[in-house]
Structure formats: C-alpha cells, structure tokens
Ligand binder design. Sequence first.
Ligand SMILES: [Zn+2]
Length: 459
Amino acid sequence: MIMFAAIAAASAAFAAPMLIPAPREMSVTGGRVALAAAAAPNVEVVASIPPEGYELSITTNAVTIRHSDDAGLFYAKATLAQLRADATEATIPCLEIKDAPAFRWRGVHLDVARHFFGKEAVKRLLDQMALYKYNVFHWHLTDDQAWTFEVPGYRRLVRDGAFYADGDIREIVEYARARHISVVPEIDFPGHFGAVRRAYPQFACPGGKPMCVGNEEAVAFAENVLDRACELFPGVPIHIGGDECSRKFWGKCPKCLELVKREGLSGVEEIQPWLTRRLAKRLSAKGRRAVGWDEIAVGPKKRDGAASGAISAMFPKTALVMGRWPDALATLANAGCEVVRCDYPHCYFDYSQAVPGDRHGYFGKLKTPLEKVYAFNPFDGIRTAARANVLGGECCNWTERTADASALDWKLWPRALALSEILWTNPDPAKRDFAEFSARAAEHRRRLVREHVNCAPLK
Ligand SMILES: [Zn+2]
C-alpha cells in the first residue's frame, strides 16, 4: 500500500497540468512549489520572445515570466491562473513553458441584431474569452432585424428596439483592450439591409431588399456610417459584411442599371464588387482595412455545396476575407489574399451541440458537436507556401435561436475550448488527441460551471 501511494504521489508530481489551450512546449520538471510563489512572479522582458508569447519557469525557488510585449505578460498570467485553479494542496508543479500563439486572429463573433446582448452580457463574454486567450471580438452590429448603434444624422435607425449608446461602445472597447482583445465592428452592406430599409426606404431598391447601390445618397449613407465606425472603434479592421446579397432586385432597379452603364460594369453581378471597392477605399483613406465575408471576393454560391466562383477582377486584394466555405478561402489564400476562417460547420456555434437535453438547437437538424470543432483544419486546401495568409479563425454565434447570456454560454462552451486550442496551440488535426483533450475539457467544464457559466456537457 505504501509503495502504491508513493507511485501515485510521484505520478501526480509529474502529471501535466490541465491547461487549455495547451502550451506549445511544456516540460514538467518534478517537484512542486507553494502556490504563494505564483502570486508574485519575477518578470523579465526578453526582446527575442515573439509577439503575444511568453516563457514561464516554475522551480522550487521561484516563478519567472519572460515576455516581449504586454499581451505576452497577460497570457503568462492567464496560464498561471489556470495552474492555480489546478493546484493540489496549495502547491503547483515545477515546469518550463515556452508558448506563443499559432495564429494572431483568434476570434469570437457575436450577432447582437437577432437578439440584443447588453453591455454587461458583452463584458461577461469578453471575460470568458480572455481566460482562453482569444484576442478578437467580432461584433455583428446590424442586420435585417435591427441596427444597434447611433449614427449622427440618421436618428431613425435606432428608433425602435435596444441599442448601444456611444458611451457603452467606448466602455466595451476599453474593457476589451484591457484584456488584449481588439473589437472588430461589422456593419452589413449591401444585403441584410432590412433595418435600414425600414428607417430609410429610399436607400433600398424599389420593392426590393438590398441597398440601392445606384442611389448615390445610399452610398453616401454607407460611407457616413463607416466614418462613424472609425470614430467609435480604434482598431484597424472594420467589417463591411457582404454576405447573402441577392442580385435580382438590382436587375430591376433603374438606378442600379444606370450605375452598371455609367461605371462600365459587366452586369449587375459587378455592383457588389464596385461597392466593396468604394467602401474599402473610404476605409483605407482613414488608415483602416476593410474586412468582408467571402462573397465580396468570389460572389454568392449558386447553392450550398456548389463550387465557389473565381475571384472578381474588381476585388481589392488588400481587403481581409472571412468566410465559411473552405474552397473559397483556399482559393483566396492561395492567390495571396489574407483570410480568417470560420469553416462551416466546425465554427458554427449557433448549431446544436448534439448533446442530450440540448434545448438550444438551431433551424432544422444542423449540428456541430465538440468533436467536429476539434477536427477543424485551418489550413484545409491551402498550399504550404500560402499558409501565412491564414491569419486565424473565429467561431460564429448567430443568434436567431440564442436569446440570452445563458443560451450563449451553452452555445460557446465547451466548443470554444476546442477552438482556442486549435488557434493557439495546434492547427494540425493529425497531431491532436481528442480523448486527451476531452479529459482537460471536462475539468475546465467543472471550473466554468463553478463560475456560473452555463457550459454544455461534453457529450
Ligand atoms: Zn437600386
């Protein structure tokens, strides 16, 4: 019995701690140190450590963090916090960690137009993101159902429903900045335009859904909105949407047909690329960069599962493209464009978790179980030489069926644990072990539940 106890104690001393995302390199060196040492680590700046990276050395004598930037120090402390949560008998294991993210864009998207999430719910999400080293909050602020921020000169946009005051937005941006999270606002043009159409019908084509791009007053509106977004949001990327816009109304609209003629476009299918080019230019004049869904570059898919189109000659290649179709993203990245991947269905967290008792389903039977997320390959279809064009990935949280913070918790967790590890630690699915990850995820689920996060079960 004594011998078994000794073996158990030794293996506990050398067992790897339950970290998510797992560090890129970690060796457990044996021995343990009192938890109190982790509360006051030595901190050294070492210029050769990569951006956001850190080294953490825990010996029986000292806890030392080395980093080159503030984000690296922040992430070292996040790792230490997880070690403290993992502590047994007020000690943590001695170890050496060398860590830095695989990708610089590790995003969580939130749609606040289908269901509104107030300031406190957004801050709660930012706190959760920071625990797992996410660094981009993609804020989908407008859609058919609602417009959620104020634009001077266009008061009717927010006349019904909830919205963020300018002060709320500034407070959230600052709250995110303190957690090394940048906020990327999304204002959706020229489709998903219903909220604008109800307030200002003249900005949509007659009898139609999309923005009337042939109406110069509507284009000026879009530019004024982007100018306002640049005032409210200090980050470089500004998302201009671009998804799911039907061309059929443009083909019946005299102003849009006149635009095609005046600008020498090949047809109505070039109206969206023309608008994208103009909005991207407006943003770049202010030192910002346009981000859009893949349709800004390759047009809409004919149907789900069909091959994506070729890259439009008018597409401004300096824009950043985000999207769900692996073939479109691979085409773009292989052609030298930078992309952020939200592959479907791996990154679609609005879909059901496919666990027993899941009350938070999506339309139909669409499912993204945890194991599916953990199988996501951010380099799917991308040539080795073009891999640097993949800036990272995001989970999409469209909220048609996500009514409040508790439902959002359920949709995010534990799936966001899996995505954080893919984007920080390990982009290669062949080098992942789902069973090993699941053991760590189960422990993190216990911690999240303890903190009143409505985390779904693993299976
Ligand atoms: Zn029109």
